[in-house]
Design a protein around this ligand. Structure first.
Ligand code: AMP
Ligand code: MG
Length: 340
């Protein structure tokens, strides 16, 4: 298959062409404010199968369904509780996904066989226009081969998806850089399943107490049933072997002095890249979780391209709440919970 590149800046019909592909059962990569997504008609099992095939995604890992207007949620879920309305009021459109009991119209392949479905209304204008023009809810996981870091620029999407999907919509670098916060409202209290830029604290201010799923902090053993199946799978990993170095910069430098060799790279905060015994790549500023989130996946992919065999990464502050938890969660998982 030849993958088309569609650019809304130089082709007034780019989004129309993308929606035609989706309406005929194809898959299109689209920019969103979190990361790039692989979109297909969420109500069409065969179309959604193509997403799983393109990504090599395990079939038990459910997809998020994207809508353009709040009222579209009533086509997807049985019942919209007050807490869901309040969260949507506060954070939609934006990087928040809510899990609710699904309607039978949602194919099993979308929900990974669960009786719930994850729903999000993105804020990115291209994503919203594509959903509206398609006139359909769009199932859309991150646009990477399963296991690799999520793409935050269209070129990273093309590297993974060329020849596997019908088209890639070119947009800017993803504004946020990590996937949406996922919360299930199918339990009482509601439970945070995946941290993102909208924090548990921000949501608690709107709906009261929230539990944090243990899979947010630690590895879910393969034999255990995860509340959010995605947490079980290896994720976000560069080809290189990644280790997170806990402690301050002085300690980090010592570790690298011990391990300096060909193919060893450092992943550090801006301003720390000079004076190290190995080549370095930066991800954000030291005390700024939002900047770390924006750069992390980009940096991991670029390190692969630069031929990194072994990466030592600076550790974000571990008492972090809010966006800091999102960065920690992605970095620790990318490292397979491998620490010094
Ligand atoms: P991705 O599509 O790569 O952003 O991953 C979607 C995430 O949402 C995965 O971690 C899933 O486990 C989670 N998810 C999607 N649907 C559900 C659901 N019905 N219940 C729990 N978690 C879900
Ligand atoms: Mg993903």
């Amino acid at each position: 298959m030849k993958t088309k590149l569609l650019n809304p800046l130089n082709d007034a019909y780019a989004i129309k062409k993308a929606s035609d592909i989706i309406r005929s059962g194809g898959v299109v990569a689209m920019p969103t404010e979190t990361v790039y997504g692989l979109a297909a008609n969420a109500l069409d099992t065969d179309a959604v199968k193509k997403i799983f095939a393109a990504k090599g995604r395990p079939p038990d890992n459910p997809l998020i369904v994207h809508i353009a207007e709040f009222d579209d949620i009533y086509n997807l879920v049985e019942n919209v509780p007050e807490k869901a309305k309040k969260l949507a009021d506060a954070f939609w459109p934006g990087p928040l996904t809510v899990v609710l009991k699904k309607k039978p119209a949602i194919p099993d392949i979308v929900s990974g066989g669960l009786d719930t479905v994850a729903v999000r209304m993105p804020s990115h204008p291209t994503a919203r226009e594509l959903i509206k023009k398609s006139g359909l809810p769009l199932a859309a996981p991150s646009a990477n081969i399963s296991g690799k870091p999520s793409p935050t620029i269209w070129q990273h999407v093309s590297e993974d998806m060329d020849g596997r999907i019908e088209a890639v919509i070119e947009g800017d670098i993803s504004e946020l850089g990590v996937e949406s916060t996922v919360i299930t409202l199918d339990t009482e209290p509601p439970r945070l399943l995946r941290p993102g830029m909208i924090s548990a604290e921000q949501m608690e201010a709107i709906i009261g107490g929230i539990a944090i799923d243990e899979g947010v902090f630690e590895e879910v053993p393969a034999e255990k049933k995860a509340a959010s199946p995605g947490m079980k799978h290896r994720h976000y990993s560069p080809k290189a072997d990644l280790t997170v170095v806990r402690g301050d910069y002085e300690k980090f430098k010592k570790v690298l002095e011990q391990h300096a060799a060909d193919g060893v790279f450092a992943l550090v905060f801006a301003g720390e890249e000079n004076g190290l015994p190995v080549k370095a790549m930066t991800y954000g500023k030291k005390d700024d979780s939002a900047s770390q989130a924006k750069d992390l996946f980009f940096a991991l992919r670029e390190l692969d391209k630069r031929g990194a065999k072994k990466i030592y990464a600076r550790c974000p502050a571990e008492d972090e709440k809010g966006a800091g938890l999102a960065v920690q969660n992605r970095l620790f998982r990318a490292a397979g919970f491998n620490f010094i």
